[in-house]
Design a protein. Structure first.
Ligand SMILES: [Fe+2]
Length: 186
């Protein structure tokens, strides 16, 4: 039996912190844009990417009700900020009600965009990022992920190791220390 190709329309969103935006993957290709390109507000920090969503839909000629899956990355503590709730509140008219929403880890999103768009079937993937998802460590201290190492094979990414830093000091604190002492991180 011939394999049937199943196409889904996937809307990827970044709705918190800097550079909010949207990307739409469909059988027509990929359309992506940052909110700042449309509202002319640099970095558009914490500005919900409604103009970017409209742009992606219009350019792809896809209606909101044709979106099957919405993927949102998580940065803030999940107990403080519920990305799915935020999206549903914005979608007052339930235009996207048919879409399932998946909230994924920020570094997983970086790793997926790098590995799945690469020409490699197998690769080591290192995400070195100033400030990823914030979680609580065993001591109840909020920590932000800074580096995550993955093993990528075919359609899978396996997390191998993750480094975090307390949010109080944060990645910026670490950068200040390395600059002061002239350490180089490769
Ligand atoms: Fe990041």
């Amino acid at each position: 039996m011939k394999k049937q190709k199943i196409m889904v329309n996937i809307l990827g969103l970044k709705i918190t912190r800097h550079d909010t935006g949207a990307a739409l993957i469909s059988d027509k290709g990929v359309v992506a844009i940052s909110e700042e390109r449309l509202n002319r507000i640099k970095y558009s920090k914490n500005i919900f990417p409604e103009l970017a969503i409209s742009y992606c839909l219009k350019d792809s000629k896809i209606k909101p009700e044709e979106i099957d899956l919405i993927v949102i990355d998580q940065i803030l503590l999940r107990s403080d900020f519920q990305a799915e709730k935020k999206f549903r509140e914005w979608d007052k008219n339930n235009q996207f009600s048919k879409a399932r929403i998946e909230v994924i880890n920020h570094h997983d999103a970086h790793a997926a965009s790098a590995f799945f768009c690469s020409p490699f079937d197998e690769a080591a993937v290192l995400i070195y990022d100033g400030y990823g998802e914030i979680t609580m460590n065993q001591l109840g201290i909020p920590v932000a992920e800074t580096e995550t190492f993955y093993y990528g094979k075919e359609n899978k990414l396996i997390e191998v190791q993750k480094t975090t830093h307390p949010v109080i000091q944060g990645a910026r604190g670490r950068d200040m220390i390395t600059r002061k002492h002239r350490y180089t991180i490769c």
